[in-house]
Design a protein. Structure first.
Length: 232
């Protein structure tokens, strides 16, 4: 029977992590919708966010803010990670693809919900660093890859859920093709210099598309093929 990872660093800064979940996620400020999925909340309490933040920013690891991780990328604020994870509606048997590994924090959160996590990072130094970080911290079930996430991971498709942690001007067609009927994609849609829309895109059992805009967000842009491809 699969059991979630038990990272050794989870013994550190426990009170900060519980306060983060309580005040930012479970009982957030009035302008935010609370996250209520108990498995998601427990994952956020378990994952040692500070090990995924550069040393100079670890004092702010549990603050209500995104943080720079180098190469022009950021680790999303905890609330956004929790909200997007809840929107995926995944269980222990779900197969999940993440586009934009970044720091590895989102992948680690997913790994507390399912052992079937696949994540792609286009920036090679980040991909190399996060592969080592995940391994050192006990996240051995996560499969990592350095590639252009626009094209997904065809050899591992189909996926029950896909989460995109960078903003695209449109839904990349390969990601839609690699989603199972009944599955869902959570993706920020919009331009680099504007407020983007966090969108949930569901594939019905008949293969039709159903979309729902959740809230305004700001993410770094998807690069690679996404910069050249025209909207579908």
């Amino acid at each position: 029977m699969w059991k979630p990872p038990v990272p050794s660093a989870a013994r550190e800064r426990v009170d900060e992590r519980h306060k983060m979940v309580r005040t930012q996620i479970e009982h957030p400020p009035a302008h935010r919708t609370p996250v209520s999925n108990t498995r998601v909340l427990e994952a956020l309490r378990r994952v040692p966010r500070h090990v995924f933040v550069p040393p100079q920013h670890r004092g702010k690891a549990y603050g209500d803010t995104p943080l720079p991780i180098g190469h022009g990328q950021t680790i999303s604020q905890p609330y956004i990670v929790a909200a997007m994870t809840e929107l995926l509606r995944i269980g222990p048997s779900s197969k999940v693809l993440e586009i934009g590994t970044g720091s590895g924090y989102q992948a680690a959160v997913l790994a507390h919900l399912t052992p079937h996590v696949f994540t792609i990072e286009i920036i090679e130094p980040l991909a190399d660093r996060v592969r080592e970080s995940l391994d050192v911290n006990g996240y051995h079930t996560i499969k990592t890859r350095h590639a252009d996430g626009y094209f997904g991971w065809q050899s591992e498709a189909p996926f029950d859920a896909i989460i995109v942690t960078c903003a695209a001007g449109h839904l990349p067609p390969p990601l839609w093709d690699q989603l199972k009927p009944g599955g869902r994609i959570v993706i920020p849609i919009g331009g680099t210099f504007s407020v983007q829309r966090l969108v949930v895109i569901e594939k019905t059992e008949e293969g039709k598309r159903r979309s729902d805009t959740i809230m305004g967000v700001r993410f770094v842009p998807m690069t690679g093929q996404a910069l050249d491809a025209a909207p579908d």
